[in-house]
Design a protein. Structure first.
Length: 116
């Protein structure tokens, strides 16, 4: 019986015809030389045949797939919060926690309305 599983592009990049899982979803696992069984542990909805179809596609289009992976990683790195912003957010969170503790100690009710 011929397999109905194929790699198609519906606008999100190459993906399995049988699901919304893209080739790029599996690239990190393939780069780490994970076995199909290990990939299924992470993505149990995939069949071994679907994983093999992606593996075959990556072998056949290796340079193109790895270039797309490089662009994705570069774009994600550019989106990362700069360290100075992380520091401001951390300090702000610490101040909010200190104020919360101070408020709770003040009346012990944490904003409850007075009883009648």
């Amino acid at each position: 019986m011929k397999s109905d599983i194929a790699i198609v592009d519906l606008g999100r990049g190459p993906q399995l015809s049988t699901s919304r899982v893209t080739v790029q979803d599996l690239v990190p696992y393939l780069q780490r030389n994970c076995s199909p069984e290990q990939i299924r542990d992470v993505m149990p909805t995939l069949s071994l045949e679907e994983i093999r179809v992606v593996e075959h596609y990556v072998r056949e289009h290796y340079d193109e797939v790895m270039e797309q992976d490089r662009r994705i990683r570069s774009r994600n790195a550019a989106r990362a919060t700069p360290p100075e912003i992380d520091d401001v957010l951390r300090r702000g969170g610490e101040k909010m926690e200190a104020l919360r503790e101070q408020f709770e100690k003040k009346d012990g009710r944490n904003g409850d309305l007075p009883s009648r």
